[in-house]
Design a protein around this ligand. Sequence first.
Ligand SMILES: *[C@@H]1O[C@H](CO)[C@@H](O)[C@H](O)[C@H]1NC(C)=O
Length: 304
Amino acid sequence: MASVPKLSSVFTWILYFIPVYIFILEPILRPIFPDKTEPSEVTTWESEVLLDDWEETKPALNLEDDSFISPEDDVPINCPGEAPGYKLHLLSRTPLIMYIENFVSDEEADHLVDISLNKYSPSIVYDGVTERVDPSKRLSDRALLDRDDTVRCLEERARAFQGWRPHLYIERMWAQRYNASGHYRHHYDWVGSLAHGGDRLSTFMVYLGADCVGGGTNFPRLRMPPGEQWCQFLECEPEGQPAQEGITFKPIKGNAIFWENLRPDGTGYPETWHAAFPVSEGTKVGLNIWSWYQPPRRMSQKGT
Ligand SMILES: *[C@@H]1O[C@H](CO)[C@@H](O)[C@H](O)[C@H]1NC(C)=O
């Protein structure tokens, strides 16, 4: 007759097994059967974008087109007049909006204004089909900047700020000059075209020259953050004054607003609706740094 183990010896074996499991077996097994909740690597930047709808006839943006984007090449990055660093202030997590103090140094800002002179032409508006000048919507002049050392340095600063995200392409930079009465009505920087090839993922709005009254950058759908420190950068209504809609950034030379235009699924954030309020005196010069996002094209499986 087979002997049944005594209850006490079963307990003894369990007691021996517990430390063996904790200190020996579990560490050996963990790499083989990883815990699903444990992050195994940094979350990738790749957005979940529905690309299957891409029609093969619709060409994506030509990434070699250096009149629109600034291709990365072998020209060494050299940063004359670079300031030691910038300060960041988080304004919103969704959409991501950061305020950047001293994004460009005074020397860099003055240089960028200098190279823009003699290159200005009236700014255009784009309605999805045609480009035209429409002073009721947008009254300013714009200048395409040559890619000199300072501009290339800023391209790299913008890439680094965004963590060298793959498939992100810095557009050629434009300076925008607003004279008295210059303005830009509320608009989005994104067009909702990601599924057709690419779209503007993010915007840096940099103030290069702010010798002006008025000319704030208004976001009517954002709310004033708590903390009176923000009154350095945002218009704060004095007591008893009618509140402006949303929040308005003061133009301050060298500082920048950074925001993301697109959600992870590629659709645009309605909160990024913004305007350049009219300049009432003087001149404002702004610099747009737009990041075009174009994930690799996945061909439709149809007919293959
Ligand atoms: C702004 O002022 C400059 C210099 O006076 C002038 O050449 C330019 O045409 C003006 N632009 C607009 C849009 O009024």
